[in-house]
Design a protein around this ligand. Structure first.
Ligand SMILES: [Zn+2]
Length: 491
């Protein structure tokens, strides 16, 4: 109930109230007359809202999938979740989640994620992608119009998630570039949340082609989520892939979001964060994200592995094949490169990863992708790892700051393009009831490189649009409260 409606109610009910005497009213935020019944009440939890700074024990009443009241007085609910000793935080918004099926949504929910978005690779058929998930998703889902995906469609690339043929290796013709631009524009008109790019994966795309994609994004106020150009380990002091997209953003005005800066930044992470801070101080809309792991994961058929046939054996041994757990040799590298699949690769030093995760500039995003229980542990463990290790064990981040990186900042990244995000990433009256409840003393990741699908621990309840999807630390079966996270459809 809004404050305005509360006031009207009070006017109309004033006489009645005088007759029946005092009715409990806790108008701190929203209101309750003590007899209202909410669909769900979260009782006695420590509510933490990074936007308002609220950090106090409160009761939260939910009605019709929205937060209806936040009160220090008791509330009546059809269903009550006893949250004493638990943190009540906005559900986590993952801007970088490739796996978008039931298996992936389950591990995300168990890690406190209520909205998982495929914004880096993105999709070519925005309408079809959203249609496939309608009414079938555990958590909220959304996607960008993806330059990688669209280029693969236009150039008939045989790859899977990432290109392995012409979309990686061939300069587009003028006609193809026009078709790529038109398809991206169509995706944006159909409500794509952003534009995804990965010049590292589409290495034959020229600077001109990338700039033109930014021009399309700017027209729709869409942020560009970019895996910056560069194959092989980044060289200290060289960051032309980074500068390519900073320039494109400055020239076109399209907001820029650099994905997983802790991996693509390599030895330049601190320097690149500094450059982002400087660009922001000059009014540029540039943001970034990181995941808290030193290893990365990508497709073995990606262009990153072109010209890797004659490396020392230590190079191949540094690659891990998650499907079997084996470290590669030259022979198995070449065999798997023909076969295709995901490979775990050395990413960055622990010091650089740490610097990226704790920077006030970075959001937390997982880059997750799990298939049949195989993949990178970041898919299932990213958020609990930050809360358990960075916040509790190392005290490298305070809890509110960590939550802000997981909730408010990602919501704010998207809300100019998709106003529905003004109602996510916050615990306030009127916000969507996407909520994560966890035990700050116990929360921890359990996913490992060997067992990447293991659910995080200590995340006790998760609500998506007011519907519990995790209860008492266990996933709830047979509920599909996830909704499309989408920008307004303009045509
Ligand atoms: Zn990437």
């Amino acid at each position: 109930m809004s404050r305005y409606r509360v006031r009207k109610w009070w006017k109309r009910a004033a006489v009645l109230v005088l007759i029946v005497g005092a009715v409990g009213m806790s108008a701190e935020s929203g209101a309750s007359n003590g007899t209202e019944t909410y669909d769900v009440v979260i009782a006695n939890g420590r509510v933490m809202d990074p936007e308002s700074g609220l950090d106090a024990v409160r009761n939260v009443g939910i009605r019709s999938g929205k937060i209806a009241v936040i009160s220090s007085g008791p509330l009546e609910g059809k269903q009550t979740i006893e949250a004493r000793g638990l943190i009540v935080a906005p559900g986590f918004i993952d801007l970088h989640q490739h796996g978008q099926d039931a298996e992936n949504y389950a591990v995300k929910a168990a890690d406190g994620v209520t909205t998982a978005l495929e914004l880096e690779v993105g999709v070519a058929d925005v309408d079809g992608w959203y249609r496939e998930r309608e009414g079938k998703a555990l958590i909220n889902y959304g996607a960008s119009a993806g330059h990688i995906s669209v280029r693969m469609a236009v150039m008939h690339d045989p790859g899977g998630l990432l290109p392995s043929g012409d979309a990686a290796h061939r300069v587009a013709t003028t006609a193809e570039r026009e078709e790529i631009g038109a398809l991206l524009e169509k995706g944006l008109q159909r409500g794509a949340l952003a534009v995804g790019l990965g010049p590292a994966y589409t290495e034959a795309a020229t600077n001109q082609e990338i700039l033109d994609v930014f021009r399309v994004a700017a027209k729709y106020r869409a942020s560009c989520h970019v895996h910056i150009r560069g194959s092989g380990p980044p060289i200290e002091g060289n960051f032309s892939g980074f500068e390519e997209v900073m320039a494109a953003s400055a020239i076109t005005g399209a907001p820029l979001h650099i994905v997983h800066i802790q991996s693509t930044g390599g030895p330049n992470v601190t320097q690149e964060l500094q450059m982002i801070a400087e660009a922001r101080s000059r009014g540029m809309d540039v943001t970034t994200e990181s995941y808290p792991y030193t290893m990365g994961m990508t497709s073995i058929q990606a262009a990153l592995f072109d010209h890797k046939e004659e490396e020392p054996s230590t190079y191949y041994a540094s690659l891990l094949w998650p499907a079997t757990g084996e470290h590669l040799t030259k022979e198995s590298f070449l065999r798997y490169r023909t076969q295709g699949g995901m490979v775990i690769v050395p990413g960055n030093t622990p010091e650089n990863v740490h610097a990226a995760v704790v920077s006030p500039l970075t959001m937390i995003a997982s880059d997750g992708h799990l298939a049949n229980g195989k993949g990178h542990p970041r898919t299932a463990g990213t958020y609990a790892l930050v809360l358990g290790r960075y916040v509790r064990e190392e005290k490298a981040l305070d809890l509110m700051t960590a939550l802000k990186k997981m909730t408010l900042m990602p919501a704010q990244r998207l809300e100019m393009r998709a106003p529905m995000f003004k109602y996510k990433g916050r615990i306030r009256v009127g916000a969507d009831a996407d909520i994560a409840l966890f035990d700050a003393n116990r929360v921890i990741d359990k996913a490992t490189y060997e067992k990447p699908g293991q659910y995080s621990e200590g995340i006790q309840f998760v609500l998506v649009n007011g519907v519990p999807v995790v209860k008492d630390g266990r996933l709830v079966d047979g509920v599909f409260p996830g909704r499309a996270a989408r920008a307004p459809v303009s045509q």
